[in-house]
Design a binder for this molecule. Structure first.
Ligand SMILES: Cc1cc2nc3c(=O)[nH]c(=O)nc-3n(C[C@H](O)[C@H](O)[C@H](O)COP(=O)(O)O)c2cc1C
Length: 193
């Protein structure tokens, strides 16, 4: 049976993003658990804030590229900061654009439905982005994804990673491995082909 394929991205664009580091570690953990992981940089898929008039003039290329990628994968791995306790506009906007109709007229939401998501967060603050994960979990479930029950919020992120980008704390590494394991097991069980 082929390995489940997971698409991973950080919900932050900045170069030194803690969530970029965490999603790399998350992707590695999912590979360890047996998945093929494609790590995306959302900077390579720039999108305007959703505007129906832009869509009416022609779907942005980045939407078509992301839809094609999602079609080839069994789920998502996301590490995202929380902004004011919620999901950053980048993440919501990207998920919204991808939910719009595909080129063949099929619903974009169908690309999410029945797939798997694993979510984590990193923040220099004390809660690690935990409140944003509640909102992100809800958003992904509304799109029809099965969201892994575990999650990880890395607080004090400025000191949480070593020079290689590995989480310093063994407990957090184990939590990430458990979360990745749940996502990979579910992706294997739920995959359609
Ligand atoms: C608009 C805005 C709102 C933020 N709100 C929160 C917040 O609610 N909780 C929190 O822990 N950090 C908050 N932060 C700080 C981010 O966690 C911090 O900038 C973090 O480094 C962003 O993630 P990144 O390192 O992956 O870019 C906020 C930052 C911005 C720009």
């Amino acid at each position: 049976m082929p390995s489940p394929r997971l698409l991973a991205f950080a919900g932050s664009l900045r170069e030194d993003s803690f969530n970029r580091k965490l999603v790399r570690a998350f992707a590695d953990a999912a590979r360890e658990a047996g998945a093929d992981v494609t790590l995306l940089d959302l900077r390579e898929y720039p999108l305007p804030v959703y505007d129906g008039d832009i869509e009416a003039r022609g779907m942005p290329d980045a939407v078509r590229s992301l839809q094609a990628l999602l079609a080839e994968h069994d789920g998502l791995l996301i590490s995202s900061p929380e902004y004011n306790g919620g999901v950053p506009a980048l993440v919501k906007n990207t998920l919204d654009w991808v939910s719009r109709p595909q080129e063949n007229g099929d619903s974009g939401v169908a690309l999410y439905r029945g797939k798997v998501a694993g979510i984590c967060a990193a923040s220099p603050g004390g809660l690690g982005g935990m409140r944003g994960l509640i909102a992100l979990r809800d958003l992904l479930a509304k799109l029809g994804l099965w969201v892994a029950p575990s999650q990880l919020a890395v607080a004090g992120a400025a000191d949480a990673f070593d020079d290689q980008g590995r989480l310093k704390d063994e407990g957090q590494r184990k939590s990430l491995a458990r979360l990745a394991g749940e996502a990979v097991t579910a992706a294997r069980a739920l995959r359609k082909t």
